[in-house]
Design a protein around this ligand. Structure first.
Ligand SMILES: [Cu+2]
Length: 700
């Protein structure tokens, strides 16, 4: 349903009146007009929108081309309407710019994953469906046996350079990592647990180009890279701070005439704090008492009761806490005593750090993401703008391609959901229902933003990985049918794509390795997994995109071919690839090598996705057969439960497709083997000799 919206997106993308939290009604009101306003306006943007605004043929939902038709009368009316709304638009721009801010979100507990039932920093074993009960709010909530956990990630949307080992640098619109920096530099998904994500950086200030800039102090870079995995920019909250009017201990405060103890029941260790303002803390909060003349009281404590009788102000100005000592005298009208909340992490970020790291730090491909089935995934997209194209005010979005999304709100198709403005961040929310290899991309003007580099891979690991060691896989798979949300019974569900295997092989969960799908028979087992993102770009399009000229969409043709963002022989260079960029700092532009290492007898799962915009891509294997077990995030199995895996020496994918392939080194002599494209024009980088889609498989 999504890529057929190309034409309407081109219309919509110039609007910045779109709120970051929902569609602005104004947008809908005058969206139709802006298209034509750009035609009559003397201000024209130099990139492809000029073209697309006017005469790009639309593609209707059936896939047929539809010629744009605009009558003279309509054009006149549009011109008139543009005179009305252009000033409104300018006002709207100003309002939105003021309203934007950065923020991240990574809860440690949710309704679906209450931390009281399971620590969401690890995956619980799978022993059957989650037990639910009717909650107080009228919907079902987990009672026991919670499955999955919480994962978080932050990414930047902006620009960057693709940096090849030979020094070639190509300008991109791109996503960059704003969390899991060490993981990304080590070639792993940048997805964090809540504890990892919610950790404030304590090193010296994050530097532009990080992690490369900081890590690079030790050359050569030692693997694995250890740097910082939390959310870039995350800072402690600004604490609540109030001055103290009176602080006393025990039941000494006197109220009324004649005076009697205000709170006769208070123990000798109970401290009453009367603030000069209403108490903004609540019971259970950590607070810090400080002051030059309150030495005995100073320290960090837990608020007991808020709203306490006192002789000075109303009850809501006072609270209590319990001290460790007794016998302290009252201190009144201190000039230095304060009560402050202790700093906490609540998603507030320092925009300076985000801009330092996010600007011009985009990757090709985009940061890798990986979650587990049943997880809740909080993905924050932070739009840092494109410093090389200050004429553009591009929004960006995240679209999980082919992913079973519960709500269009988080789908990233800008017409049907939200789009993120420059200077703003937005947290996408996903549940992970189906294992498989997917890809994701920005959905603003997809042909342009994908071609320019805003595309990457994400994968979902199956719940079968979480079966306890020694557990029977068939039994565990059958258990999934007892929950409507995870059931796949082909007799009653013709769309069921992962039925029980026809044969119970009796396979059990070993202590190592993983599975690509919930196969129930162990047939998708692997020892090691490798994401292989096939990609290509059109260097002319990128050059034109950097030089403020209209991009030639009709001529777009990929000529520079990549595996995980690199061309051979860079694909077999271990560790992150790093070169100084035009901004004078080093970037880890291509963090993901594509060397596949197998010890004899091991199986490797290749998660292959084609992120190309214009080309079909073929990848062939020399010497080691490729067993294809999944296609487009679906297990290859018929409705009767028979595996339809096939063995081949080459696979071919169109842009947006994915395949799961297992390479089995059993019986293969040790040595170096090749994965390469037999399309010989794809074995170059728009030039003679080196480059293109090729990497090595090392069996040793
Ligand atoms: Cu974009």
């Amino acid at each position: 349903m999504e890529d057929s919206r190309l034409a309407s997106e081109c219309v919509g993308r110039r609007f910045v009146c779109r709120s970051t939290v929902g569609m602005d009604p104004l947008l809908k009101f005058f969206r139709g007009g802006l298209l034509h306003a750009q035609r009559v306006s003397p201000i024209r943007h130099s990139n492809f929108t000029t073209t697309s605004n006017v005469l790009l043929p639309a593609v209707n939902t059936n896939g047929a081309l539809v010629a744009p038709v605009v009558s003279k009368e309509a054009a006149k009316a549009m011109k008139r309407s543009s005179q009305v709304w252009l000033p409104i638009l300018l006002m709207c721009l100003a309002a939105v710019a003021n309203a934007q801010s950065f923020r991240v979100q990574c809860p440690t507990t949710t309704i679906t994953h209450p931390s009281a039932l399971h620590d969401n920093n690890s995956e619980p074993a799978y022993s059957g469906p989650t037990t639910l009960q009717l909650g107080t709010s009228g919907y079902m909530v987990p009672k026991a046996n919670v499955n999955g956990a919480i994962k978080c990630q932050q990414i930047s949307g902006g620009d960057g350079y693709s940096t090849m080992g030979d020094g070639t640098q190509t300008y991109m619109f791109s996503f960059g990592p704003l969390s899991g920096l060490s993981k990304i530099a080590n070639g792993q998904p940048g997805t964090d647990t809540p504890t990892e994500f919610n950790t404030v950086y304590t090193g010296t200030t994050l530097q532009p180009g990080d992690p490369a800039t900081t890590v690079n102090s030790a050359v050569p870079v030692a693997m694995p890279i250890s740097f910082y995995d939390g959310a870039v920019g995350l800072v402690n909250d600004v604490p609540y701070l109030a001055t103290i009017y009176s602080i006393s201990e025990g039941a000494t405060l006197q109220c009324g005439t004649p005076p009697v103890a205000c709170n006769p029941g208070f123990s000798a260790k109970t401290v009453t704090v009367v603030l000069n303002t209403a108490v903004m803390f609540k019971a259970g909060d950590q607070i810090k008492i400080s002051g030059q003349d309150t030495t005995g009281y100073n320290g960090t404590f837990t608020v007991g009761t808020v709203g306490v009788h006192n002789p000075y102000f109303s009850d809501n100005f006072a609270f209590t806490y319990t001290n460790t000592t007794t016998g302290l005298a009252e201190v009144v009208e201190s000039t230095s005593a304060t009560a402050a909340s202790t700093p906490g992490v609540d998603g507030h970020v320092d925009p300076r750090q985000i801009m330092d790291i996010g600007v011009m730090n985009g990757n090709i491909p985009a940061p890798l993401m990986a979650i587990d089935e049943d997880d809740e995934f909080f993905l924050t997209l932070t739009n840092v703008g494109m410093i090389m194209r200050p004429d553009l005010f591009e929004q960006h979005t995240v679209h999980f391609h082919g992913y079973p999304n519960a709500s269009s709100f988080y789908d990233g198709v800008p017409d049907a959901s939200v789009a993120i403005n420059i200077g703003a961040s937005f947290t996408y929310y996903y549940l992970a229902p189906d294992a498989g290899t997917y890809f994701w991309h920005c959905h603003i003007t997809p042909p342009e933003h994908l071609q320019m580099g805003m595309v990457g891979q994400m994968y979902v690991r199956p719940r079968q990985n979480r079966v306890a060691v020694g557990g029977n896989l068939y039994t565990a798979r059958a258990l999934q049918d007892t929950d409507l949300r995870t059931a796949c019974v082909s007799a009653s569900d013709i769309l069921c794509s992962n039925p029980l295997p026809a044969l119970n092989t009796g396979a059990t969960r070993p202590s190592t390795g993983g599975y690509a799908y919930n196969d129930g028979d162990g047939s998708t087992y692997y020892d090691v997994e490798y994401p292989l993102q096939i990609h290509g770009f059109d260097p002319n399009f990128h050059f034109v995109g950097m030089t403020f000229n209209p991009e030639g969409f009709a001529d777009m043709k990929d000529k520079y071919f990549l595996l995980n963002g690199r061309s051979y022989p860079d694909t077999v260079m271990p560790g992150p690839l790093e070169t100084q960029s035009a901004d004078g700092v080093n970037h880890f532009s291509q963090p993901l090598p594509s060397i596949i290492t197998l010890h004899p007898g091991q199986k490797a799962l290749l998660r292959i996705s084609d992120l190309d915009v214009t080309e079909y891509q073929t990848l062939a294997s020399l010497g080691i057969p490729m067993k294809v077990i999944g296609y487009n995030a679906k297990l290859l199995r018929d409705q009767a439960g028979n595996n339809l895996y096939y063995t081949t020496n080459s696979i071919t994918l169109a842009g947006g497709e994915s395949l799961d392939v297992i390479l089995d080194s059993t019986g293969i002599p040790t040595g170096t083997y090749y994965l390469y494209t037999p399309n010989l024009d794809h074995l170059s980088n728009d030039a003679e000799n080196f480059g293109g889609l090729m990497t090595e498989v090392h069996v040793n």
